[in-house]
Unconditional design. Structure first.
Length: 150
């Protein structure tokens, strides 16, 4: 049975859906831990990433095999890492300077900016599916924002 056919069955959807829910819960509670930490926002961001590195490195080695000599990161990979570091920097800073809900709300607008700057800077086409996904996300964000203001 192919992987797509397996995912089409109710049993095949359970594990990905559980991973989605676990990820959403982790994203939802992580700013609270940043706020409660006895260290500053940048130290908290550093340790969140640093503690995950050994596991991510092991996963990479299992997936890619042994490291080849002379292998380097591409410029795109380095740029993506710097963008992620900037995202963590500003999100953790906003968590301690505004409410956790506001900080997380603005952090979840990242897909909008990625699509916009991808289109403006790199001339990447935007498909109807991407626009539909953004519209769905913005609808949910607008409802959350409306509830927060009431």
């Amino acid at each position: 049975m192919s992987s797509l056919n397996r995912l089409a069955t109710p049993e095949g959807v359970l594990a990905p859906f559980a991973a989605l829910v676990a990820g959403a819960v982790a994203m939802g509670i992580s700013p609270i831990f940043v706020r409660l930490a006895d260290v500053g926002p940048f130290t908290s961001a550093f340790w969140r990433v640093a503690l995950a590195l050994p596991l991510l490195y092991a996963w990479m080695r299992l997936a890619d095999g042994p490291e080849r000599s002379g292998e380097h990161f591409s410029k795109a990979t380095i740029l993506a890492g710097l963008a992620f570091a900037g995202d963590l920097f500003f999100w953790h800073l906003s968590i301690v300077h505004t409410s956790v809900a506001n900080a997380t709300f603005f952090a979840t607008t990242a897909p909008i900016w990625v699509v916009l700057f991808g289109w403006l800077l790199f001339r990447q086409g935007v498909t109807a599916g991407v626009l539909a996904g953004l519209a769905l996300c913005m609808t949910a964000e607008r409802r959350c924002w409306r509830k927060a203001l009431n």
